[in-house]
Design a protein around this ligand. Structure first.
Ligand code: FPP
Ligand code: MG
Length: 320
């Protein structure tokens, strides 16, 4: 992942994206909205989704121009806006080691600041990128809402199916990774086939990202997560790694969250989940179109496995 973020052309583009994000997040006539939006924007985050947008542009031989930079900023703003809503729904007090917007400003203000961020991204996409990109982003927000709805509808449902969980994370997370790649492919006027290929790559990587986030929620210590461990179970969200462990042994799910966490740690959940993700990584790589730039090709081909290895090291560090 560091390779993606630190590649000079991408790092250079990300600095411009950062400026654009801050300008858009600070563009309200109301200082209170700007302060709240700035808080979530500057709370950290790796800017992985905009980096994918920039990498896709470069993969199609295009140095990211103003439209691609704005599209990348819009993607990150949608991510940030959705996190504000997510924290609100979870009544979360902490994210990325800092107090959430709802904890700091109250639920009402957090809600409308989340709305502002999302709407601002939509406005920037239609006015400063293009109608096709704005359409993709709007459709992605629809998918995010649907994915999140499915998760909410299944809370504390011990009968939740793997298929339902997969559908949920495809909407709530993978759709935005898919869009991160697709918007750059559209800006680059890539062929329909190449757009579909890049979109599928992004979606598969997004699934990997969410499944590993769900795994870390079960296995990583609170100080590393920047939020309480076991959060998903506490919220009644039985994630894909848990459901797959339950399919092997339903008795791992206890009423007490700590007992479930302890039971899960006795299973092969880490190895099984990593293996599942390596299968998805293989799908991602098969989807990639031809990339002429060797450095960018190496990054795109290496990214899914590098991310899985990175998480594997985190889980191993914890076990030792
Ligand atoms: C974080 O996942 C949340 C998301 C990826 C999506 C949240 C989507 C919504 C709240 C739907 C409404 C959004 C819009 C755009 C209208 P997580 O809860 O698994 O991760 P976490 O552990 O970081 O909270
Ligand atoms: Mg959450």
């Amino acid at each position: 992942m560091d390779e993606l973020l630190n590649t000079p052309a991408i790092a250079h583009g990300l600095r411009k994206v950062e400026t654009r994000i801050r300008r858009l997040a600070g563009s309200s006539a109301l200082p209170g909205i700007n302060a709240g939006a700035d808080r979530i924007i500057t709370a950290g985050g790796k800017r992985l989704r905009p980096a994918l947008t920039l990498a896709t542009s470069l993969a199609f031989g295009k140095t990211p121009d103003r439209r691609v930079i704005t599209a990348a900023a819009c993607v990150e703003l949608i991510h940030a806006g959705s996190l504000v809503h997510d924290d609100l729904m979870d009544h979360a007090m902490q994210r990325r080691g800092a107090r959430t917007l709802n904890a700091e400003l109250g639920e009402g203000k957090a809600l409308v600041i989340g709305d502002f961020i999302l709407a601002r991204a939509g406005l920037a996409a239609i006015t400063a990128v293009s109608r096709p990109v704005a359409e993709v982003l709007a459709a992605t927000v629809v998918e995010l809402a649907e994915g999140q709805f499915l998760e909410t509808a299944d809370q504390f449902n011990r009968e939740r199916t793997v298929e339902s969980a997969l559908r949920s994370i495809t909407g709530k997370t993978a759709a935005l990774f898919r869009a991160s790649c697709l918007v750059a492919a559209i800006c680059a006027h890539a062929s329909d086939e190449d757009r579909a290929r890049m979109a599928l790559y992004g979606e598969r990587f997004g699934l990997i990202f969410q499944i590993l986030d769900d795994l870390l929620d079960l296995t990583a210590p609170t100080e590393r997560l920047g939020k309480p461990a076991g959060n998903d179970l506490r919220q009644g969200v039985y994630t894909l790694p848990v459901l797959r462990a339950m399919a092997k042994d339903p008795s791992v799910l206890h009423d007490d969250v700590d007992a479930t966490l302890a039971a899960l740690r006795e299973t092969t959940i880490v190895g099984d989940t990593l293996e599942h993700c390596r299968g998805l990584a293989s799908d991602a790589l098969s989807a990639l179109p031809v990339i002429h730039d060797r450095d960018i090709a190496a990054i795109m081909y290496g990214l899914p496995t590098a991310y899985i290895d990175h998480v594997e090291r985190q889980t191993l560090t914890r076990a030792s």
